[in-house]
Ligand binder design. Structure first.
Ligand code: ZN
Ligand code: ZN
Ligand code: ZN
Length: 122
């Protein structure tokens, strides 16, 4: 593992969910293009996985950290839900349509309890 890969891994580990921009900020001296390339390589060799927590850039995390992401589209808070939450959806899609769900790539959007209750969130 190169020092660059090691610092990118360390940044993602620390940030839990990290966009390429956030990783670049956390790894001084490595340009964004290199960060993108390194993230792709680390995903390709199975150390990282990405999901989409909003409309912008993908968020990378450790591939071993298997869970379903639930995101509030009002306040953008991210809830890490157990991977098993998607089991029934996954099973039903497979049975009825032969579709294989990539649950690590899968984010559920909605409104969190605080926002639904109308609190101002600050
Ligand atoms: Zn994607
Ligand atoms: Zn919310
Ligand atoms: Zn997560």
């Amino acid at each position: 593992m190169t020092p660059q890969r090691e610092s990118v891994m360390a940044a993602v580990t620390q940030l839990v969910h990290a966009t390429p921009d956030q990783v670049a900020d956390a790894v001084p001296g490595v340009d964004l293009t290199t960060v993108y390339r390194t993230l792709e390589t680390l995903e390709h060799i199975g150390l990282l996985a990405h999901t989409h927590l909003g409309h912008g850039a993908p968020s990378y995390r450790l591939a071993a950290d298997d869970h379903v992401h639930v995101v509030c589209h009002r306040c953008s808070s991210v809830i890490d839900a157990p991977a098993g939450l998607a089991d029934q959806l996954s099973r039903q899609l497979a049975e009825e349509r032969g579709f294989i769900l990539d649950r690590s790539h899968f984010t559920v959007f909605g409104t969190c309890a605080d926002c639904a209750a109308g609190s101002s969130h600050d």
